[in-house]
Design a protein around this ligand. Structure first.
Ligand code: SF4
Ligand code: SF4
Length: 301
């Protein structure tokens, strides 16, 4: 199953895949609850929901035995491509078609292919929306480690990786193990580069300060209006990472950028109609924030 799963994952378009047994992620539960206790989730109310399910996939899917964790690179020339003069910066994942549908489709194809070989196999596909500790599951499945900016870092593709999981009802003959001898070591670049000082300690983000949350999530009482030119998301703590600088560009065409924010002038954004926004950006993650929010982000309101 281990090698078959990986081979099929590559065939359906993923760059990386690992398989880990379901288990209670005790250390992560402790860290997560501590993070919530400090109020670092700010307006992200959904982070407090389903705490009984979040730390063990067996609690989320009845009969779950293993998790197939898949990842695909989205690194493009926009990732790390901004200069200090650029305004209206957009996180590079948001310049692509919304990844939820593409990745779910890839996972469902993978499940069907596996079911041809293992007819009793059942599984559920998850992309980012379920209460699943997907980054830690990726670590358990040997795909990388959690960087000081709290994202998964993979040796080959850095942190410009989108994840999806298949939680399955089958035990595997072999499993992947967490990587050894890898990590951030003494590097502090992301901590030092964060313009909002949102990385309060390694792997701990205060979302009330984080520009990515402040430009997208439910609005909060403003203590700092400076978004440092970001109007949707923020890649600052990724762009500076040495692993991202040397990471390969993406190859799966589903994750090609649909536009380049560096080619859209401030005046164009300000004059943009709802119709034009829907036509140009309706299939991207920016739809979630909507044009009015983006205009507010530009104005720093
Ligand atoms: S996304 Fe931006 S604001 Fe948030 S932690 Fe990273 S650099 Fe800081
Ligand atoms: S910038 Fe340095 S500390 Fe931050 S995630 Fe990358 S390697 Fe780790």
């Amino acid at each position: 199953m281990l090698n078959t799963g990986k081979l099929l994952a590559t065939k359906v378009g993923f760059d990386i895949c690992g398989i880990t047994p379901c288990k209670h992620l005790v250390v992560n539960e402790r860290a997560y609850r501590d993070w919530l206790a400090k109020g670092y989730d700010s307006t992200l109310e959904y982070m407090r929901r389903n705490l009984d399910k979040r730390f063990n996939p067996e609690n989320l899917v009845e009969g779950a035995k293993s998790v197939i964790v898949c990842g695909v690179s989205y690194k493009s020339p926009i990732s790390g491509g901004y200069t200090s003069k650029d305004r209206e910066k957009i996180a590079s994942y948001a310049c692509n078609r919304d990844y939820h549908k593409s990745i779910k489709k890839m996972l469902q194809t993978l499940l069907k292919e596996l079911q041809k070989i293992y007819p009793k196999l059942e599984g559920r596909a998850f992309v980012d929306t379920a209460p699943l500790l997907e980054k830690q599951l990726a670590v358990e499945a040997g795909l990388g480690w959690i960087g000081k900016q709290s994202l998964l870092i993979t040796p080959e593709f850095g942190s410009y990786v989108l994840l999806g999981e298949l939680v399955i009802n089958m035990e595997c003959d072999q499993y992947d193990k967490p990587l050894e001898g890898v990590g951030c070591s003494e590097c502090q670049r992301c901590v030092e580069s964060c313009p909002a000082h949102a990385i309060v300690e390694p792997m701990v983000i205060n979302t009330a300060k984080c520009i990515s949350c402040r430009t997208i999530e439910a609005e909060q009482k403003k203590t700092d209006n400076n978004l440092h030119g970001w109007i949707f998301g923020c890649d600052e703590c990724q762009n500076c990472c040495p692993y991202n600088k040397k990471a390969k560009q993406h190859t799966n065409q589903h994750f090609d950028p649909l536009f380049d924010p560096r080619e859209i002038a401030t005046s164009k954004w300000i004059k943009m109609s709802e119709e034009e926004f829907q036509n140009r950006f309706g299939s991207t993650p920016m739809k979630r924030a909507g044009l009015e929010r983006i205009k507010k982000n530009i104005a720093g309101e």
